[in-house]
Design a binder for this molecule. Sequence first.
Ligand SMILES: CC(C)=CCC/C(C)=C/CC/C(C)=C/CC/C(C)=C/COP(=O)(O)OP(=O)(O)O
Ligand SMILES: O=P(O)(O)OC[C@@H](O)CO
Ligand SMILES: [Mg+2]
Length: 250
Amino acid sequence: MTENKVEEFLKLELKKKNALLFVLIDSEVSNLEASSKLAKDVEKIGASAILVGGSSATDQIEMAQVVKGIKQGIKIPIILFPGNVTGVVPDADAILFSSLMNSENPYFITQAQALGAPNVLKFGLEPLPTAYLVIGEGTSAWFVGAARGIPFEKPKIAAAYALAAQFLGMRFVYLEAGSGAKSNVTPEMVKTVRHAFNGFLIVGGGIKDVKTAESLVNAGADALVIGTFLEKGGSISKLEEIAKAIQRSK
Ligand SMILES: CC(C)=CCC/C(C)=C/CC/C(C)=C/CC/C(C)=C/COP(=O)(O)OP(=O)(O)O
Ligand SMILES: O=P(O)(O)OC[C@@H](O)CO
Ligand SMILES: [Mg+2]
């Protein structure tokens, strides 16, 4: 078993599919039964990973139960998406070990990481070194993470952060417009970041239709994260259309 099992899996998936769909399950919003069903359904339609987390998901017991429960029914990896140290729980395959590089609070840049690292090791979670960049303002991740949001129309700033992330040895960049964001990250920003950054590029926040998804993948996104669309009752068949479309774009 390689140490970078999930990262290698994602790279292989990327070769096969061109672009990947990650589905975000918020353990605060969906209970265990609903989460397990959702995870199985999205695996069937071609999602490559399940992210579990939330910026205000602080109930570790609940999150641990959801992760454990989901895991039994699926083969694709479960990747933790922590908003704080409370997001580090056992039984997942990996964790977006992220630094909110454009936070104004050093807690979200290095301190939460230092506090969370021992449990990442203890629980045997694969850390995926991730630069988490919050774009725009007004979302939970922006507020909770004390981010100085990168303006949507300033792609070069995002690219400079992504380049810095690369120089710091991070292999993942996550461009985050925020859960339920009114506007998604622009394809232009994705394109500019893609030119600067050589690793795995994740884009999320406010994506809910085929056209947007295709445009972000064509601009160079490796994976798209979708959460709110399903939380708000979006259908699995529509999600399947999105998955199919991005797997043939680019
Ligand atoms: C590596 C460790 C242990 C912690 C990282 C801590 C960092 C960098 C946090 C970033 C700031 C933050 C609050 C990120 C939230 C990320 C997240 C899970 C977003 C998705 O959740 P939302 O849907 O926005 O949350 P709500 O449902 O609570 O609105
Ligand atoms: O909930 P949505 O808007 O799909 O965003 C997903 C993810 O990027 C949020 O952290
Ligand atoms: Mg949420």
